[in-house]
Ligand binder design. Sequence first.
Ligand code: EPU
Length: 293
Amino acid sequence: MNLLRGLSCRVSRLEPLKHKTTFKMGGRAKFFCQPKTIKDLKLLTALAKKSNLPVFILGAGSNILVSDKGVNGLVLQLSSRCFRKIAVKGNYLEAGAGIMLGELIKKSLQNNLSGLEFAAGIPGTLGGALAMNAGAWGKNIGNLVTEATVMDYNGNIKNLKKNRIKFKYRRSSLAKYIILGASLKLTKKNKDKIKAAINKYLSFRRSLQDCSFPNAGCVFKNPSGKSAGRLIDLCGLKGKNIGGAFISLRHANFILNRANASSDEVLKLMGLIKSKVRHKFKVNLEPEIKIWN
Ligand code: EPU
């Protein structure tokens, strides 16, 4: 309680998370806060530790399925100004974890810097993208990182150079920390070429993926050398639904919240997909989205 007194942000109780995720479903967070400063972040993590409360970091909520029962912990969102700083230093972009990838792409375009075009249309924050090594079209954010600033859950801040960070397919060693920001190495390029690449990736996204209803992007990871979407498609599951949760007709690895779906319906549909794919292809699909409960 004493710790709470030093905070410059408000901690809310039983905060609905539904509208903080792109899936638009799920329950409430026991506690929710948007820290305004690093000091807030330190106080909040100390408080959570003292109260034995798990901490969840929310980015833009674009890769998360919040359980209908909600989250029995402290959800922190680094959306305050302090976590959304951005600076261009030569060919490097230094940015806070809370900044949206779209803003980063805009900034790099303004400065004739190329490298982030592949991420056009990914609806996430830099922090989220770093935690899961977001990628598309054969490229990923990890390849651009030269350094990251993180905080561990004891409040210690560290600068990690590239050689101390591991990035794998949709995985990164940064996920065990609270990511505060990173430095990305880009390359100078002609603005029109950067713009053309952004438009190309956006149109790939529009034609291949399905954002006609709230969703969380690809639901399962691609098994080594295979496409989860293709395997689900070959099981004849496109259009299948459980309640308001539907498998997209356009891309079988997308589940759409077409009619007020519950998280439970999505989980049931994921269970059905997993068992059909396991039965037909002997492949065990792993969720790509993070399930919070
Ligand atoms: N395919 C089908 N049926 C489908 C979906 C796909 O046959 O219903 C086939 C496609 O025709 C293609 C292959 O499967 O031959 C691969 O599909 P696609 O090119 O759409 O890519 P993906 O492997 O399904 C991955 C990432 C996407 C990323 C795209 C573009 C994963 C799980 N997915 O999708 O990332 O945008 O490549 O690079 O790694 C995400 O992370 O949320 C995401 C959507």
